[in-house]
Design a protein. Structure first.
Length: 258
């Protein structure tokens, strides 16, 4: 893989992925949408719009979002919760690098995360290019790629099963789907434990992600809008600590777009 999507922490320039929100953007979202779409489609596959308005949830969901893709019906607040919600990764613990699975009809094309409140400590965002991972594996241990091009279970829903490869070529573009936790859990639930070859391939993928040079690490500020290509860019975050007041806890708005 060659091109701007195959980046590392040191090759990614600020001007490739950072955009300052300006007053004229509110009145003319088309211009901003074009710039964002360029970074997502022909650039590194990610962008942060900095300085998003405080009242900008509707501006995202009903304004910029539909200019970039078809929004899915559910818009979620991402904040630490207990009980059943904790199974969806909404905790204060570290969240490993992954792509979002979502529901039917499958993984969303784009992910948007708008930071409303940051954590008191920690909670740094982690981003990595799946194309860079592919290149590393191709150079270092190409034998694992056959395993990663086979179907894995990522979970089942009420109307469909989440089954797709980690690496998949589609119309000349490499798609990446990766969530180690859900692959292991779902293979067990499907009665198909991972083979030794599949486990070795996933370990090789994980080893590449353990290299700090592959991962972009930064802290989302209130008013930061992160958008990424969910078929290329993996995202995660470090553990965090809140101040203790419920109305001051870390809180993001998540929107999926197709």
């Amino acid at each position: 893989m060659v091109g701007p999507t195959a980046w590392t922490r040191d090759t990614l320039r600020d001007e490739d992925w950072l955009i300052d929100f300006a007053d004229e953007h509110r009145a003319n979202l088309d211009v901003l949408a074009e710039r964002v779409a360029l970074a997502l489609g022909r650039g590194p596959g990610l962008v942060v719009v900095r300085g998003w308005p405080e009242d900008g949830v509707d501006l995202l969901c009903g304004g910029l979002g539909p200019l970039l893709g078809a929004p899915r019906a559910d818009v979620n607040l991402v904040r630490p919760m207990a009980g059943a919600a904790a199974r969806r990764g909404m905790t204060d613990q570290e969240l490993a690098l992954h792509t979002d699975r979502a529901g039917a009809p499958g993984p969303p094309r784009l992910l948007a995360l708008l930071c409303l409140r940051a954590a008191a400590y920690g909670g740094h965002s982690l981003l990595a290019s799946g194309h860079t991972v592919y290149n590393r594996l191709l150079a270092q241990c190409p034998q694992v790629l056959d395993e990663l091009r086979r179907d894995f279970h990522f979970g089942a829903g009420s109307t469909f099963d989440r089954v797709y490869p980690v690496f998949q070529w589609h119309r000349g573009r490499l798609r990446v789907h990766y969530n180690r936790l859900w692959i292991e859990r779902s293979q067990q639930e499907a009665g198909k434990p991972l083979t030794a070859g599949a486990l070795a391939a996933l370990e090789a993928f994980k080893a590449v992600l353990s290299d700090p040079a592959v991962v972009l690490r930064f802290r989302l500020r209130p008013g930061d809008l992160l958008l990424l290509d969910n078929t290329v860019i993996l995202h995660g975050r470090t553990a965090f600590t809140d101040s203790g007041a419920p109305d001051q806890s870390r809180c993001l708005v998540r929107l999926w777009l197709d």
